[in-house]
Structure formats: structure tokens, C-alpha cells
Write a protein that binds this ligand. Sequence first.
Ligand SMILES: [Ca+2]
Length: 493
Amino acid sequence: MRSLLVLLALAVLSAAAEPRKPNILFILTDDQAPFDFPFYHRQSTLQAPNLTALASDGMVIDAAHHMGAFTGAVCTPSRHMILSGRTVWHLPIGPGAKTCPPELEKNSIGPVFGRAGYATMRTCKQGNSYPAADKLFDVVHDATKRGGTAETGSAWHAERVLDYLGARKNKNDTRPFFIYFGLSHPHDVRDGTPELLAKYGATNHTDKSNPPALHKLQPPLPPNWLPQHPFNNTHRNVRDEQSVSGVWNRRDEATIRNEIGRQYACSENIDIQIGRVLARLKEMGELENTYIFYTADHGIAIGRHGLQGKQNLYEHTWRVPMIVKGPGIKPGSRAPGNIYLGDLLATFCDLTGIAPPPTNEGMSFKSVLFGEKPSIRDTLYGVYNGGEKPGMRTVKQGDWKLIEYESTTTGVRETQLFDLKENPHEFLPEHKQGKATNLANDPKHAAKLGEMRALLLGEMRRLNDPWRFSDQPADGLTPPAKASPKNQRKKKP
Ligand SMILES: [Ca+2]
């Protein structure tokens, strides 16, 4: 008995001597462009005081991306990559499913942190996610909440987090926590609270044949707005481009400004809910020992480049907002980072001293967060091919970005080369800016175009992209089917 008491005393002493592991509060929104926020786009009229304060107290990452999607439901692969730390062609869904390690969900965020002694909790939308991994948090409250009231909107998710924190306090649970605080907004139908809709001059417009009224409180048109996208980008008939209530295929000023007003109404409500959770953490004395990550599953167009949805690779959609605050991160800092959402798991593990699971393919960006280097990789790759094949690919290095489009069904073949330093909004000739836009056909940049194409092919090979463009080496892969003459006849000119 005496030796047992000694052992117990030693265990208590060693627990007391060990510094407490930090908590993680991971906040994930649904369909939100970085440029919605004033800390990415100064002219934005979105008021998000809590997130602006979080950005001032932590680090803003400028080059955070989702790697892409092989389906119109871009959320689904994005959330698989977040939860598992794997790359887009190595997921348990899509073309990589056959070679993906079995039972990958056991090496996803919930179980990885659970095994390391963390208390884990998740609230988020249902559907278009990774259900096998979603349910492996200790506490799960998933429901899709896209309405304009406390019960049907973002407040519901905040309440689940506040309830969880309350229960933790009541039980005197001192384990570090991992809270996955997912919001179902600002994803359409973008139904905001009446007060916030009014604040941004927006209405839940339901008349498909007429635009809503213009209102002086509506946010301005984005700088790279166009009335239509200049060419078929290989998936222009996807739901998000045609059927979102309030927008449909309309791109006129009144429709787009109203829709951005709706987006901002939902985003400000998210900000309010985050404020409530942060205030509670402060009250509980947990805030200073918590890493807070804020991001979205992908961006969204809403009128930029004449597009509405998330099925493109322009910066507004390929990039995501990313703010991180916590111990060791310099307040008010900023870095490119060059990260993917699939790097989050590795970073969570690195910050908490947990070994990443063997299935992880992401890279920790702790060194960026701690100001040791500006970014973790030089080259970024992105894909969208949920429509025609091989679809869209992008590659970015330094200031240069290439986007390729090809459809073997319709014969579309387009190339865009942007110097993002000179043209950060990716203006096209149709924007009539009176300066260089798409440089792909400029003979002065032929060498750069060749270099970027070689870089893209290298990334496609490295990441096991199962498709190739018709002017790339086939690499032994099956080329996309050509349209049958019957299908071609059906196409309108
Ligand atoms: Ca989404």
C-alpha cells in the first residue's frame, strides 16, 4: 500500500512538472473567399471585429489553398484533406480510393488527438464531409444550419461549443481539448438574420426573372467582377453556376451586390458567434493556452470573373482565409506560408508535440507561424475536374501562376498566365483594365510559360494526378474519352 502511495505521489508530481499541452480551437467556415475580409482586401465592407482582432493578435497567412476537387462538391475532398492530412489524389474517395490505406479515418484528427490524451469535440454541417472521420470525435453535434435564426443558423454551432465548455468546467476536466468548431455558413442559401441582412442592404431575393433592388448599403462589386466568364471553363453548367437561389445564372450588378450582402450578413454573424466562444475561453482562463485556427474549406466567386461558385481555380476560390493565434506566434504578423489545408493536421501535431500519423502527407507550417521562415514550399498545385476532363489545373511559383483548361468533350483548350505581383486580381482582357492581363500569348513571356508548364507536369506526376492534357506526355494513363459524334451533335454552337 505504501509503495502504491509513493507511485501515486510521483505521478502527481510529474504531471504537475510537465507544462500543460495547448488546446486547439479549429474554426472552419463553408464557402468563404479570403477577399471577403478587410485584412485580405482593404476595400471590403464586411465588418468582422472579432476576426480582425484575432488577425491583429496572431498571424495572417496570405497563400493558404485547398488542393482541389474531382467533384462539383468541392467541400467533400477538401474536408477529407483537412481531417486526414492527405493529398487530393490519395483520398479514400475519388480516383485514389483504390490505393488509399484502409481505415484512414482511424488516423484522422479526432482519433489522433484522442489517443494523445486530448478531449475532442466537433460541431459542423452534415453532408459533403468525411462521415467516417467526423464521428470519431468524443462529442459530436453535427447538423446543417443555414437559416436566419439562432436555432437554424450559426449561433446553433456556437451554442454546442459553449455547452461543451460548460460541461468541461462542471466536470473539472483538465485534459487539453481539440474543438472542431465548424459553421454551415456562409454557404448558400446565405440566409442571414434580418438585422444583418438590413445592415448590408440585402434581401433573400426569390424572383428569378428580375434583379433585386440596388441599395446603397450593399457591398460594391468586386474589382474583378464580369457579367459572364469569357469562355467555357469545363463546368459552367454545375449547380453553383446555375441554380443558387437568389443568383441562378444572373451576374448583373444588383444580383451580385445583393448576394455579396447576403454573404457578408452570414459572415458577420459567424464573427459574432466566434466572439462569444472566445469570450468564454477567456473567462475560463483557457484562451492564452489555446491555438486558434480560422479558415474555410475553399473560397467562392460570387460574381468575380463572371462566376458564382467554387468550381474554378482563380485566387478567390483556390485560396482560403487563414488566421492563426496562439503561444509563440507574433501578434500582427503575416507570411505567405504557401500552405494547403492538408497541412493542418501536421501543424496541429507539431504544435502539441504529437507524432503525426503514418498516413499523413501534409507538412507542418509551425516554422512559418513562429516566424522562422516565410513559407514551407515553393510550388503550389491545384485541380478542379468535377466537370469535363481533364478539366482545370493550376500551378503557382513566386509571382507567377498558370491555369490550364481542357475539355475533350467540347474541345475547349485555354491557357492563362498571370504575373500576380502586377495583376493580383487576375484581370482578363474582358475587364478592360488597359494593361497586361493574361500573358499566355505574349511572346515576351514564352519562356516563362514553358517553365510553368514543365512545373505543372512535374506536380501532376508527383501527386499522382490521373489525368494529362492532350499536349502533355500520356505517361501511360488512360486519356479522357472523346465526345461521340452523337453527343457532339447535341451541343449547341
Ligand atoms: Ca464548402
